[in-house]
Write a protein that binds this ligand. Structure first.
Ligand SMILES: [Zn+2]
Length: 349
C-alpha cells in the first residue's frame, strides 16, 4: 500500500509499505481521511522530536522510517480474534495515544506514551491497525472527515479542562494555529465570556473571530499584554500558550490574573530561558496538558456529534497523498492561510 513515510528532517517519502500483521486485540481500519498535525510539521521541519530513530519504541516496537499520520478516521476492514466491541464496516475515529495502562487515566500518559503515527505506523496510507481500546465509534451525524478532526479537538477539550475554565470566565489564547483555533471553539463551548486570540497572522486571526473569538490582537502590531489588559484590566482567568516560543510563554503569564491559570498546550521543540520569579511576582499558576484522556476523547466525539463542538471550518484544504510534501508540509510551512490540511485516502464519507 502507498504510504507517507518519515525518514528524517525534510525527508518524507511516498512509497510502498506493507501493513503490519494484525494482532488479536486490534482492528484494521481503511483510512478515509487523515489530518496533518502541527507535531507532524515539527517532525518534518526539525525532527526527530518524537519519532524514534535510534532504538525501537517501547510501545510500538518500531523505529524510523515509519508511516506518519495520527489524526484519522475510517471504516473497519478487519477485526482481530479478541475484538468484541467493533465489527467490519463500523465508522470509527482513532485515538492514537498508546499508554501502558497501569495508572488511572488522568495520569496514565505521564507513565509514558507513544503515538500511532509518530512512534509507530499511522494513518497516511490505505490501512492502519490500532488496538480496539484506541478506537471510537462515530455517531451517524459525523462524517469521516469530521472523524479526522476528533483528535485535535480532543486536545483542546483536555486543555480547557486542565485550565479549569468555568462558565463566564475570560480566556486568552496565544497562537491561532490549528490547536489554538480548536481551543477557541472549545472555550466558547465551555462558556467563556471573553476569548482573546493573539497571533501574528491576520488571516489566522480572522479565522479565530469566525470561530468564536470575541477579540483578536495582532501581536506584531500591538503589545499583547497591554491589549489584553485593556480588555480585561485584572487579567484573564485562564490563558493558553499554543505558540511554543519564549515571548508568548512570558506574555501568557503576564496577561493572566493573580492566582489565575496558564496552560501550556504547545510542544516546545527547544528550551527557553525564563525566570520563575515571574510566578512569584504574579501569583499565576502554570499547568500543562498533553493529548487527552480516553474519557475526554469520547466526550469530544459526543460533543461533535451533537454539534456543540464544530471544528469543520478549520479545514483549509484537502489534498491527495501523493501531494503531501508540496501541498501539505511545504504549504503549512510557507502559507499562514493554511490551517488544517486533510489528506484524502479512501475519501469515504
Ligand atoms: Zn496531533
Amino acid at each position: 500500500m502507498k504510504a507517507a513515510v518519515w525518514y528524517g528532517e525534510k525527508d518524507i517519502r511516498i512509497e510502498e509499505r506493507e501493513l503490519k500483521a494484525l494482532k488479536d486485540n486490534e482492528v484494521s481500519v481503511r483510512v478515509a481521511w487523515a489530518g496533518i498535525c502541527g507535531s507532524d510539521l515539527h517532525e518534518y521541519q526539525e525532527g526527530p522530536v518524537f519519532v524514534p530513530t535510534e532504538k525501537e519504541d517501547q510501545l510500538t516496537g518500531q523505529v524510523a522510517p515509519l508511516i506518519m499520520g495520527h489524526e484519522f478516521a475510517g471504516i473497519i476492514e478487519k477485526v482481530g480474534s479478541q475484538v468484541t466491541k467493533f465489527k467490519v464496516g463500523d465508522r470509527v475515529a482513532i485515538n492514537p495515544t498508546l499508554t501502558y495502562g497501569n495508572k488511572p487515566e488522568d495520569i496514565d500518559q505521564y507513565d509514558g506514551f507513544s503515538f500511532i503515527g509518530l512512534h509507530g505506523d499511522g494513518g497516511f496510507t490505505t490501512f492502519a491497525n490500532a488496538p480496539e481500546s484506541n478506537v471510537y465509534l462515530l455517531p451517524e451525524t459525523l462524517s469521516l472527515q469530521e472523524g479526522a478532526l476528533v483528535e485535535p479537538t480532543a486536545v483542546a477539550v483536555q486543555a480547557i479542562k486542565e485550565g479549569g475554565l468555568r462558565f463566564g470566565d475570560t480566556a486568552a489564547i496565544f497562537g491561532a494555529g490549528p490547536i489554538g483555533l480548536v481551543t477557541v471553539i472549545a472555550a466558547k463551548a465551555a462558556g467563556a465570556s471573553k476569548i482573546i486570540v493573539l497571533d501574528l497572522s491576520e488571516t489566522r486571526l480572522e479565522k479565530a473571530k469566525e470561530l468564536g473569538a470575541t477579540h483578536i490582537v495582532n501581536s506584531g502590531k500591538e503589545n499583547p499584554v497591554e491589549a489584553i489588559r485593556a480588555i480585561v484590566p485584572e487579567g484573564v482567568d485562564v490563558s493558553f500558550e499554543v505558540a511554543g516560543v519564549a515571548p508568548t510563554f512570558t506574555q501568557a503569564i503576564e496577561s493572566t490574573k493573580a492566582r489565575g491559570t496558564m496552560v501550556i498546550v504547545s510542544i516546545f521543540a527547544r528550551p527557553i530561558e525564563w525566570n520563575p520569579i515571574q510566578l512569584t511576582n504574579t501569583g499565576v499558576k502554570i499547568t500543562s496538558s498533553i493529548a487527552y484522556t480516553p474519557t475526554s476523547f469520547q466526550q469530544t466525539v459526543d460533543l461533535m456529534g451533537t454539534g456543540q463542538l464544530n471544528p469543520q471550518s478549520i479545514v483549509t484544504s484537502q489534498i491527495q497523498l501523493d501531494d503531501i510534501v508540496d501541498k501539505g508540509f511545504e504549504a503549512l510551512t510557507k502559507d499562514k492561510t493554511q490551517v488544517k490540511i486533510l489528506v484524502e485516502l479512501s475519501g469515504e464519507k
